[in-house]
Design a protein around this ligand. Structure first.
Ligand SMILES: Cc1ncc(COP(=O)(O)O)c(C=O)c1O
Length: 414
């Protein structure tokens, strides 16, 4: 029980002492959990996994105790940290990567962009094989998605087809740096700039991936990031950001993520609730400092997997093109007998997944929005043969060897 306290200074000192006690207890608890984990028999190679530590826990608890509920000081600090990291003028925090995709399109459609604003019926080019959150916002903003086929080697959108698809009604392009491999953006950005077409990079899987002397997300007019827990930079829940050097886009996004409200209870444009909460910002501030190291570990895991898989007959990720990069959000192989390979891997206790089993335009949600089956053959072929193997920064050499041995054993059985 807290005894009668005489001064405010004494209360503050007691609170500080208690916080230190809580911090110490968190560290102890974390150390015990790690010991427990190390001791647990490993029968599965986990497909994904996040590094997380007691500093994040302490930061998160501090954010709660300080009542930093929505954005708050941690949000402001994270914004400037991201701006420095990505070398962009503005990082606007939102509550998911999908929200980043949505506010990007909503900003481009908003009257706040004046003459540059997209109009209903304008066409927006994006990739067929990917995640649908790039497509939803196009439809939600009364524009028309135009699906472009993937490249069978890189898995990314085929840039020559993207260029070919640009027509008189094209007003924006949303390339996706799929799996963490960068799309070759130089020629597209040049073409788009000269034609007044906006480029929205979906960098949700490509944190810290280099494109020439810039980073993914910082090359187009704006870039979208997801900080979903499984991402290379992952929070403890849903989180995201939109980054840009364009103050008008940043301002529109700040307005849109917060009910279109300025000042309070005066709504200038129809907006939404899409702000990041303070707890996620507090966690991400710590994670961001460790991202470069975690990314290097991912690259190391990918190199080791590729070396170990060389004699197995599966298609390993193609080497990176000059000026591009790969941060291995996913390590995706190709195999004609993919489903049998997956059964075999699961039987060996090796986690695996498919990103993604159906091209977006062929999923029921988008029936009628895109072309019919057969029109985008690469996206369809890829969907039938890709398989994501375990990939995370803490994958051990023994686990990598186990994954590779299981894939090789499958090839030998055939
Ligand atoms: C390429 C891509 N874009 C957008 C998103 C959406 O991000 P979130 O899950 O944070 O909404 C994801 C998430 O899986 C993604 O991989």
């Amino acid at each position: 029980m807290v005894q009668k306290v005489v001064t405010g200074a004494e209360i503050r000192a007691m609170k500080q002492a208690l916080r230190e006690k809580i911090g110490g207890a968190i560290t102890e608890l974390h150390q015990l959990s790690r010991l427990e984990e190390e001791d647990r028999p490993v029968d599965q190679v986990q497909y994904g996994g996040a590094l997380f530590d007691d500093e994040e826990l302490r930061n998160a608890v501090d954010a709660i105790l300080d009542k930093q509920l929505v954005l708050g000081p941690a949000g402001r600090q994270l914004s400037s940290q991201l701006e420095q990291f990505l070398n962009v003028d503005r990082a606007v925090l939102v509550n998911s990567g999908s929200s980043a995709n949505l506010v990007a399109m909503a900003a481009l459609r908003s009257p706040l962009l004046g003459e540059r604003a997209l109009r209903p019926g304008d066409e927006v080019l994006t990739v067929a094989g990917g995640f649908p959150t790039t497509v939803n916002p196009i439809l939600q903003n009364q524009c028309v998605p135009v699906f472009v086929d993937n490249d069978v080697v890189s898995g990314n959108v085929r840039t020559d087809l993207l260029e070919e698809a640009i027509g008189p009604r094209t007003r924006a392009v949303i390339p996706v740096h799929l799996y963490g491999r960068t799309v070759e953006l130089g020629p597209i950005v040049e073409l788009a700039r000269s034609a007044g077409i906006a480029v929205v990079e979906d960098a949700c899987q490509a944190h810290l991936a280099r494109i020439g002397d810039r980073l993914a997300g910082a090359v187009g007019d704006c870039g979208c990031f997801s900080f979903y827990p499984g991402k290379n930079l992952g929070a403890w829940g849903d989180a995201g950001a939109l980054v840009t050097d364009d103050e008008r886009i940043a301002d529109a996004v700040r307005l849109l993520r917060s009910h279109g409200e300025r000042p309070r209870y005066h709504h200038l444009v129809p907006g939404m609730t899409a702000r990041l909460d303070g707890l996620q910002a507090a966690v991400l501030r710590v994670k961001l400092r460790r991202l470069a190291e975690a990314t290097e570990r991912r690259r190391g895991v990918a190199r080791a997997l590729t070396d170990a898989l060389a004699p197995s007959g599966v298609l390993v990720p193609a080497p990176v093109a000059t000026g591009g990069d790969h941060v291995f959000h996913q390590y995706v192989i190709g195999c004609d007998d993919r489903d049998a390979l997956r059964d075999h891997l699961s039987g060996c206790g090796i986690g695996n997944a498919v990103h993604y089993p159906t091209p977006i335009h062929l999923t029921p949600a988008y029936a009628g929005v895109g072309p019919s089956p057969g029109a985008l053959p690469n996206a369809e072929a890829l969907a039938g043969r890709i398989c994501s193997l375990p990939m995370h920064p803490s994958l051990t050499a023994a686990e990598i060897a186990r994954v590779a041995a299981a894939v090789r054993a499958f090839a030998e059985l055939r």
